[in-house]
Write a new protein. Structure first.
Lengths: 946, 209
């Protein structure tokens, strides 16, 4: 096995447990073909998916599986193999060792746990829908819950839940530990032997019901570990005790009851032969029943013999007593005859005599019947004796087989020992297994005999009994065999240990899955309620809307006209949509939402405003649900997972990654990606300057500040920085006031940078870059972000005192416009418009000043990865998009106006990026650099002036 | 010559002509150039107006008795290192407002430098105004009105103390400039063919320090 899994240390900044490595994926194809492919698997806590890639460097994944609702299982017998059950799909993976498997299982579980915890917290914090009437949403919720409570159907649900749990765990439930199984079987067996009549409860049911009670809660016992496995001997002994004791008990019970009844027969004065006859009948049925009981018992032939002889003697006694009764009757008869002789010959007497006669004949008949019954009983007796003989024979055979087995065992032990001495270990183990098989087939012979003589119940019981018995015999044989062979028993113990850990794992798994299901259920309930709320809201709105429509449609009908104030009220109400609430004044990044509605009296204006707003919301939602968007997110997820776990620090350069970054980074991942890219640029510098460099720079700034001892130039810079702090990103809540959240950080970053790069010091515009960085990164990373921008991404001299680099780039841009947009260039030239009047700040601030943040942040993504060239691409794209508008302008003034509003023509990043990255090609970096070099030299020669 | 620059959209027979003028704002960083323009153009004021990078371009139209004047306003960046870009913006401007902060003596000195530079390098007929901004915080004043006024008179500048915050004198200073601008007779020149070539050419040779 070539799988080499490396467990990377958890990425520090994310505090996640991440794992990655090569695993084999085993797939069973339709025709039963099994394929085994090696992939690079990566997992980290930030995403609930397990991704696999062709190789460790890959950005695009081959596949992924959701872990949020997955169940994991493994069979300890299969080394390193485990299964992920998710969405009715089973993924079988194999790693090189059990230890690695444990690592993977742990990582998988923790990832799953994290994922549902985050979804839970997300759903907890999800926005409450306030009703239109301004009622508190919680009050509405209460209203919903109190009059028509929707209690979850308690009783059927848990069952489903167990099913759900076991569905995914079907295999795990089945293999729910062989120790578990055998134990339950033995328990069951005891039950069966004691109460043969009762149908046994199926094993599967008891094992599924075991963990959850009907209320869906865990049974108390379910969290405990099952009793540890007893030694095979003790189980065998217990088994034997049970199997032998139970029939014994039954016999004893029958015997005593029978004896009691016999005593009754004897002690009772013989009132009438009929009574005793009935008793005999009873007895015979009793004996039949007893025979049944007796025949159900197989392992006690001796007892049976005693039993049967007892019975025979008792029957003889019965016959004796019957004879005595007959004698008594005859004596009676004689006495009566005497009376007849003595007495007068009257009618009465004759009748009496006749009666007596009839009684006598009846007695005769019953007597003969009894005699026949006695014969029957004797026949039965004989048969029983035959059975006894059979049983004795089988006992003999059994003993014989036991003896042979013992001999065999002994012989094998000796052989084993000898072979051990010879040293052919592998051959021996082979022998052992074949021998063991032979023994198993030997054992089956007496079973066959037993089955032949037993009744049906008995047969089943025997089979049930024999199954574990055989198993334990097997184990026993191995034990005996291995008394001198530590290796094999070690293997067995390993297996037992494996089962034990598997059991532990599966228990934990079930508990966790259960928790997940519960949280999902609560979430579902919550969502249903929210849904109700929304629906109510919707109908409220609809009714109002209809009301307004009616108002305008039929102004003549008095009933349909609203009161004058109502319309205004409705308008005010509609302004109070949930999205307008306090927290939504800014977006997630803290930028104030622009679309503040200026209250207008014109109803149509209001209507169109809301229509646009509704359209925007619908559009945004649609976009978020579109397949493309999901795909985009997934590709990022796939890249980040592998990058996080494989390269905890930094990012590598690859064309695939370039393409991916050009699509923009999802806001949720931006911080991580930016940090990685920045690290990629400055890691050499960081290594050179050492840890704590930023802090030392800060300290420098701090101490100087207290001394008040900076020289004039630096003081000047500090003043400028302080002046600009609150003037940075004024549209963002985090920066708009001198005491806003991020101002202090911004100050620190800019101060530190001033000391880090005294050549640049502070240039207006850097505050923008630092502030943008602080939206996603912490102070220190923002500092390095600034370093990366100024010293790595932008060409030299961009922010220095003469801005020579930026000025030179304006000339480069002019050349590029002439090349790529000749019409525009000609038009601008003819009107004597200087493009750099506008474009300079595009380059200095990376479009922060001109474009909306949703777009410039995406430009930053590409800029960070590819550098300054991207700015040219976007500048040209911007110009290309507004080219038609500029061409329409016939005066310098209108062109200026058009260019100053160039951003108004940009609707979204995608169309801009399409132009920037596709329509501008070819776009050689080298040409730009050559041109820049030329212009920089020119500017230097001419003393730098435009 | 500057009079020719007014490219009015001539309305034959009507007393009202539209003339376009290029106006540039100069001054030290954070004296309130952008705030003045924002107040004048949009009537807004932001306590923390974003610092300007390069320059910002805005337009505003004012009506005089006999003409409509359209200002094309270039609001420049104040930081010293953007200074070298300034000629690009004031080149061909017919009007300039040099702004200083009355609470900041240094900014006044800087304003004087700007005036000098304009006198030396901008169009000779440029209409210049000096604005002492932040008049709303006159209690922190470090530049006396008289001092500035005297300087303005010496250099033939329009002078007003303004406050973008309270909008004091903001419109007035622009109106004063508008009135001072030469509104020539409609010449049928197409709008926009502003005669800027001459000063530009002049400057190309002279703007380098």
């Amino acid at each position: 096995m070539s799988a080499t899994a490396t467990i990377s240390p958890p990425a520090r900044e994310l505090r996640t447990s991440a794992i990655c490595g090569y695993l084999h994926r085993i797939e069973v194809r339709s025709i039963g073909l099994i394929t085994r492919r090696r992939y690079w698997f990566a997992l980290c806590d930030s995403t609930p998916y397990l991704y696999w890639y062709k190789d460790s460097d890959d950005i695009k994944c081959i596949g992924r599986v959701s872990l949020s609702g997955a169940a994991f299982t493994y069979d300890p017998k299969e080394k390193g193999r485990f299964e992920i059950h998710s969405n009715n799909e089973v993924i079988v993976l194999e790693c090189s060792s059990d230890k690695q498997r444990n690592e993977w299982m742990r990582a998988l579980q923790s990832t799953r746990k994290r994922s549902w915890k985050t979804t839970k917290s997300q759903s907890d914090s999800s926005l409450d829908i306030s009703s239109l009437t301004g009622r508190n949403s919680s009050a509405v919720l209460e209203e919903y819950s109190s009059p028509s409570p929707v209690p979850p159907p308690r009783s059927p649900k848990p069952k489903k839940r167990t099913q759900f749990a076991t569905e995914n765990l079907s295999e795990s439930a089945e293999s729910l530990n062989s120790s578990e199984n055998t134990q339950s079987i033995t328990e069951e067996l005891c039950e069966v032997t004691e109460e043969v009549e009762e149908p046994p409860t199926p094993t599967e049911e008891s094992s599924t019901e075991w963990y959850l009670n009907p209320n869906g809660q865990l049974n108390e016992r379910s969290l405990q570990m099952p009793k540890t496995i007893e030694s095979p001997e003790s189980v065998l002994k217990r088994l034997a005790d049970h199997s032998i004791e139970a029939p014994f008990r039954a016999i004893r019970r029958n015997l005593s009851s029978w004896r009691g009844s016999r005593q009754n027969t004897v002690d009772e004065p013989v009132v009438g032969s009929r009574v005793s006859c009935r008793q005999v009948v009873n007895l015979s049925t009793f004996s039949k029943f007893k025979k049944g009981t007796v025949s159900s018992v197989d392992l006690s032939p001796e007892e049976k013999v005693i039993e049967l002889s007892d019975k025979v003697s008792s029957l003889e006694e019965v016959v004796d007593s019957l004879r005595a009764a007959l004698l008594l009757a005859q004596r009676n008869n004689e006495a009566l005859k005497k009376i007849e002789d003595m007495g007068e010959n009257n009618e009465e007497m004759r009748e009496y005599l006749l009666e007596k006669e009839r009684q006598v004949t009846e007695l005769h008949i019953s007597n003969s019947m009894n005699a026949r019954r006695v014969r029957d009983l004797e026949d039965q007796n004989l048969k029983l004796e035959d059975t006894i003989n059979d049983l004795q024979q089988s006992v003999e055979a059994f003993r014989e087989s036991l003896r042979t087995k013992e001999e065999l065992i002994l012989r094998m032990c000796e052989e084993d020992h000898r072979e051990d001495l010879l040293g052919s270990i592998s051959e021996r183990s082979l022998n052992v297994s074949t021998d063991a098989n032979g023994i198993v087939s030997d054992v089956e012979v007496p079973e066959g005999i037993l089955v032949d003589v037993s009744s049906v119940d008995c047969e089943e019981a025997t089979r049930r009994l024999m199954r574990p018995f055989l198993l334990f015999m097997y184990v026993f044989i191995f034990r005996v065999l291995d008394e001198e062979n530590v290796r094999d028993i070690g293997e067995l113990q390993d297996l037992v240990d494996g089962y034990r850990t598997q059991n532990q794992f599966l228990n934990a798994e079930i508990v966790e899955l259960h928790a997940i299901i519960q949280s999902l259920e609560t979430r579902e309930k919550k969502l249903i309620r929210q849904n109700f709320d929304l629906e109510a809201c919707y109908y409220q709105l609809k009714s109002r809307y209809l009301m307004v429509l009616n108002h305008f449609k039929s102004p003549t009908k008095p009933g349909k006209i609203m009161e004058p104030g109502v319309l205004k009220e409705l308008l005010e109400e509609s302004a109070r949509t949930p999205r307008e609430s306090q927290q939504n004044l800014t977006d997630q990044l803290g930028f104030y939402n622009k679309d503040e509605f200026s209250t207008s009296d014109d109803l149509l204006d209001t209507a169109s405003f809301y229509m646009k707003k509704a359209g925007d919301i619908v559009e945004a939602t649609k976009l978020e649900q579109s397949e493309e968007y999901m795909k985009w997110l997934q590709s990022w997820d796939s890249f980040l997972v592998n990058n996080t776990v494989s390269r905890p620090v930094g990012i590598m350069s690859s064309p695939d990654l370039k393409t991916l970054i050009r699509t923009g980074v999802p806001p949720a991942y931006r911080g991580r990606v930016w940090k990685s890219i920045v690290t990629h640029w400055v890691k050499d510098k960081q290594a050179e300057l050492g840890n704590g460099y930023y802090q030392s720079m800060l300290k420098k700034a701090g101490t100087k500040k207290q001394d008040g001892s900076y020289d004039a130039a630096i003081k000047q810079v500090a003043i400028f920085i302080d002046l600009d702090l609150a003037r940075t990103l004024p549209t963002n809540k985090l920066f708009d006031e001198p005491d806003s959240a991020n101002i202090e950080k911004l100050r620190n970053v800019l101060y530190a940078f001033r000391y880090h790069n005294s050549h640049v010091g502070y240039c207006q515009g850097l505050n923008r870059l630092a502030a943008i960085a602080l939206l996603y990164l912490d102070e220190q990373d923002a500092f390095w972000f600034l370093v990366a921008c100024v010293e790595h991404l932008q060409p030299e001299g961009y922010y220095t005192s003469s801005l020579i680099g930026a000025v030179a780039d304006q000339k480069v841009l002019r050349d590029l416009v002439a090349e790529k947009l000749p019409k525009l260039a000609a038009h601008l030239r003819s009107l004597e418009v200087d493009l750099s009047l506008f474009a300079l700040c595009w380059f200095l601030t990376c479009f922060v000043d001109v474009l909306p943040h949703s777009i410039y942040l995406t430009i930053f993504d590409a800029f960070l990865y590819e550098g300054n060239k991207v700015l040219f691409r976007f500048a040209l794209a911007l110009l290309k998009i507004c080219e038609p508008h500029v061409l329409q302008c016939k005066t310098i003034g209108t062109v200026h106006q058009c260019l100053s509003k160039a951003q108004d023509h940009i609707t979204d990043f995608k169309s801009l990026a399409q132009v920037a990255f596709n329509e501008m090609n070819p776009f050689p970096q080298k040409a730009i650099e050559t041109k820049r070099q030329l212009y920089v030299t020119q500017l230097k020669d001419s003393g730098h002036c435009m | 010559m500057a009079a020719r620059n007014a490219g009015g959209a001539a309305r034959p027979g009507g007393p009202n002509r539209t003339c376009q003028f290029k106006l540039v704002l100069l001054g030290e960083s954070a004296v309130g150039k952008s705030s003045l323009v924002l107040r004048f153009v949009k009537g807004q004021f932001h306590e923390y107006q974003e610092s300007t990078i390069g320059a910002a371009f805005l337009t505003q139209t004012v009506c005089l008795d006999d003409a409509t004047i359209k200002f094309e306003i270039w609001d420049t960046a104040g930081q010293e290192r953007y200074h070298s870009l300034a000629p690009m913006y004031y080149r061909g401007a017919q009007a300039a407002i040099v702004v200083y902060d009355i609470t900041n003596q240094e900014s006044f000195q800087k304003a004087k430098n700007w005036v000098k530079e304009l006198q030396r390098q901008a169009s000779p007929n440029i209409v210049m105004a000096l604005a002492g901004n932040k008049a709303d915080v006159a209690n922190k004043r470090t530049v006396e009105y008289e001092e500035a006024n005297a300087y303005a008179e010496d250099n033939a500048l329009l002078f007003m103390e303004t406050s973008a915050k309270t909008s004091m004198n903001v419109n007035d200073i622009f109106m004063a400039i508008a009135k001072k601008l030469p509104i020539g007779p409609a010449q049928g020149e197409p709008t926009g063919t502003v005669d800027m070539n001459q000063p530009q050419q002049q400057q190309k040779g002279s703007c380098c320090k």
